[in-house]
Ligand binder design. Structure first.
Ligand code: SME
Length: 160
């Protein structure tokens, strides 16, 4: 197996491209959901030192249930419509929260989180869950993160 290294000094674009390339080589031939989601969470957390938490919530009935993640133990269940994750599950659109303290619906799972991005994940055009990333830094996420993370979620969709 190739040694996996992070490109901590690269640009945001380089880090995402490296994570995507490592993901494709690591999961070749795998179709297990836990391996696929867990690998993405690991690769993204490893590439970005500003990410405090990376993980998935999977839709089960009317709630999101935590799936593979990297970071501190999180809230396990989030009702659709609640918090940043539940809002994204309801609206099915990526949401960037520049300052979690200014987003009244935000559910605080980690005292270190300052900003957050949540991207919906689909399977056969139906919501499967969300990818949630928290950052230690205020205003950490922008359009570049949205573009790459949506690409990652589209890649995952073809594998689930
Ligand atoms: N902050 C999220 C909850 C999940 S944790 O950040 C891991 C929210 O408001 O939905």
């Amino acid at each position: 197996m190739k040694t996996i290294v992070s490109t901590l000094h690269g640009s945001k674009e380089e880090k995402y491209r490296e994570a995507i390339s490592q993901f494709q080589s690591l999961i070749a031939g795998e179709n297990d959901e836990g391996i696929i989601l867990g690998m993405i969470a690991s690769l993204l957390k490893m590439q970005f030192e500003t990410f405090s938490w990376v993980g998935f919530y999977v839709l089960k009935g009317n709630e999101l249930v935590v799936g593979p993640f990297q970071g501190k133990p999180p809230c396990i269940r989030i009702e659709v419509g609640k918090g940043v994750c539940g809002t994204v599950a309801q609206e099915k659109k990526t949401l960037i929260v520049s300052d979690v303290d200014a987003f009244p619906e935000h559910i605080r799972c980690d005292a270190d989180s300052r900003s957050e991005i949540v991207v919906p994940l689909f399977q056969n055009n139906t919501l499967y869950g969300v990818l949630d990333i928290d950052s230690f830094r205020l205003n950490n996420f922008d359009e570049t993160d949205k573009v790459y993370l949506e690409e990652i979620c589209r890649n995952i969709t073809t594998l689930l």
